[in-house]
Design a protein around this ligand. Structure first.
Ligand code: ME8
Length: 625
């Protein structure tokens, strides 16, 4: 037996139209998991592909006056390149169901199941949902429509082959009870148990009058049901019946990643096919949530599909991947908005990560002539080392549980801990005091944290890790997850500063609302204002000015000096540590010789004045909108 392979799949997508951000969502998530497993040293098989047969594709091709294969081929080509190529999808195999290797496997399986009596011929009378390619009995319809997607169904009465699901009902039910990890998240597991308890009917697994599909062996008037054909791709790609070595090491799959709407196919029909073949079941079927536009699922047929290639062109690969992987807890539904993509990029990537890098490299340049100081063992306070060790383990646990967004959140917690550490340690003061040992340790700690971050981010972001490393003076790409342990010896390395890691994106949304009056401003004007949460660190009286206080306010990336006309309303000592809302993009103005870099928001009433603050504390730099 070969070394065991960590095998992950995405659904194979219908090339009936261009794919959208929803498809990219699943595929980028699978890619991050695959990259993570390669980094921890697993041999990985990551498979995606296209589901090319079936009535839906046949109909689309006909409408275009093309043969089905002619119709799908350019779409499939586009999916591989530019789509997956630009998003950095590191698949090991791309399977098309129209390939010979797949047809052979499907036909052999079908034949075997006929021979052993699990598939038999009968008459099918019922309903078919074309967009979902799924069969329904009369009693399951909702208002005469498909119970899954609500669209109209068509009546089918014809000779058909049936797969004996009923025979396996109890075995499957017991299996799911015995293997709580099999269907995830847990809510989907309950749904499936209910579905099975309601009773499984034998499934029609062939169609007549549909020419676009894999013919039933020895009975070419029938083609094999497209879902039977499609699910089998997971075996074909694992080498079943044609590559014994691969199959022995790759099967059973570790994870089938799918959208929640097709969990039923993957946890009822698919395991029963495997049981009938005497094959072990995959470890996990994970049904993630939907990306929504407003309340509706983003979808090809709803006309609300967003093109991932366009987003790539506009924002680049890392902002797009980071947004998809971070924004929504993996498993739950979540809204897609471009504004949120921009915000995530500006706050997480440009501010938190980008500023940490630029401040760290700038300070090493300024206080240490650009060479990276070594850790003076024993004199480090260990704050960053401890946090890094914790995050290292958290990321492992989260990735093993497919909690991808949580893993990223942990990594950014480390980044923000380091940002805060700069404010606490004030390296500029240490330099003034000529406290060389302390300064070296702080600078080393920051540099080392960034190096660790570059390792931890490797499965998620494609370009940033190496760009960070280059600025840190590192030349080797990341090879192993273990490199994310604290204590690297940087002797002889020098930082190489470059422009910002992620330039801030100017966000302009064209607003075409017709009800703006002369004195109302459009949302685009409002968005020009950059309001952020800040914390007041120091407050002092400005000599010779009875209304002014001079404040320093930390805005998440730096301390700003703000001169504010609040002296009559607040005692300086009462302000220290208070959160406030800063207007961060005002032109600086000078009061009594002090340059003020912004304003604080305050409300006033009959001469009383009160600073505006978030009701619950927020991280500094959090946008206020
Ligand atoms: O179902 N949000 O293919 P398909 C999140 N060929 N994910 C989404 C999404 C959204 N709004 N829209 C699509 C098929 N997806 C079959 C699969 S597998 C043996 C056969 C993703 O092109 C999600 O992974 O309709 C969903 O399950 C898949 O695309 C459906 O792709």
């Amino acid at each position: 037996m070969g070394e065991s392979v960590w095998y992950i799949t995405t659904p194979i997508y219908y090339p009936s139209d261009s794919l959208h951000v929803g498809h990219a969502y699943t595929t980028v998530a699978a890619d991050a998991l695959a990259r993570y497993h390669r980094l921890v040293g697993d041999r990985v098989l990551f498979v995606t592909g296209t589901d090319e047969h079936g009535q839906k594709i046949q109909k689309k091709a006909l409408e275009k006056g093309q043969k089905p294969l002619e119709f799908v081929t350019p779409i499939v080509k586009f999916i591989r390149d530019p789509l997956w190529k630009r998003l950095g999808i590191s698949y090991d195999d791309f399977i098309r169901t129209t390939e010979d290797r797949h047809r052979h496997v499907v036909q052999q399986i079908f034949q075997r199941l006929v021979e052993q009596g699990d598939i038999y011929k009968g008459i099918y009378e019922g309903w078919y949902c074309l967009p979902d390619e799924s069969y329904w009995t009369e009693s399951k319809l909702v208002d005469g429509n498909c119970p899954d997607c609500g669209r109209p169904v068509e009546k089918v009465t014809q000779e058909s082959y049936f797969f004996r699901l009923s025979h396996y009902q109890n075995r499957l039910h017991q299996y799911i009870l015995d293997h709580p990890e099999f269907i995830q998240p847990t809510s989907r597991r309950h749904e499936m148990l209910n579905f099975i308890e309601a009773g499984l009917e034998d499934l029609s697994v062939s169609r007549m009058g549909v020419s676009w599909g894999i013919p039933v062996p020895g009975d070419p008037d029938h083609v094999i049901y497209v879902w039977f054909d499609a699910l089998t791709n997971y075996l074909t790609a694992a080498g079943y019946l044609h590559d014994t070595d691969l199959f022995q090491s790759a099967w059973p799959a570790n994870v089938h990643l799918v959208g929640k709407e097709i969990v039923r196919f993957h946890t009822v029909i698919w395991p029963i096919i495997l049981m009938a073949l005497d094959l072990p079941l995959p470890d996990r079927v994970f049904g993630h949530g939907w990306l929504l536009i407003g309340q509706a699922k983003m979808g090809k047929s709803l006309g609300n599909a967003v093109d991932p290639v366009e987003l790539f062109d506009r924002y680049g690969v890392d902002p797009l991947r980071h947004y998809l992987l971070r924004e929504v807890p993996f498993g739950a539904d979540g809204s897609y908005t471009e504004a949120a993509l921009v915000l995530r990029t500006n706050v997480d990537l440009a501010n938190d990560l980008g500023n940490l890098l630029s401040r760290t490299t700038a300070m090493i340049d300024r206080f240490h002539q650009g060479t990276v100081p070594s850790l003076d063992v024993g004199s480090d306070d260990g704050v960053l080392a401890k946090e890094a060790a914790l995050v290292y383990r958290e990321v492992e646990t989260f990735m093993n549980n497919l909690a991808i967004s949580d893993a990223l959140t942990s990594i950014f917690r480390l980044i923000n801990r380091a940002n805060k550490y700069i404010e606490e340690q004030k390296p500029w003061d240490l330099a003034k005091r000529h406290d060389g040992v302390a300064l070296d340790n702080v600078l080393y700690g920051l540099w080392e944290t960034l190096r660790i971050v570059s390792v931890l981010l490797t499965p998620f972001l494609l370009e940033a890790p190496n760009r960070i490393r280059k600025q840190l003076g590192l030349t080797e790409p990341v090879l192993q997850y273990r490199e994310a342990l604290f204590g690297f010896n940087p002797s002889g390395l020098s930082v190489r500063r470059e422009g910002p890691l992620f330039p801030r994106i100017e966000w302009k949304e064209s607003v075409t609302a017709g009800d703006d009056t002369d004195h109302a401003i459009g949302v685009e004007d409002f968005r020009k204002l950059d309001f952020r949460v800040g914390t007041i660190r120091t407050a002092e009286i400005v000599p010779g000015a009875d209304r002014l206080l001079k404040l320093t306010v930390f805005d998440g990336s730096r301390d700003r000096t703000i001169v504010s006309g609040i002296r009559l309303h607040y005692a300086p000592a009462d302000l220290i540590g208070q959160q406030v809302v800063v207007v961060a993009n005002l032109k600086p103005a000078t009061f009594k010789g002090i340059v003020s870099e912004g304003m604080l928001l305050a409300g006033s009433h009959e001469g009383e004045l009160s600073l505006v603050a978030p009701i619950r504390p927020l991280p500094e730099g959090a946008p206020v909108k």
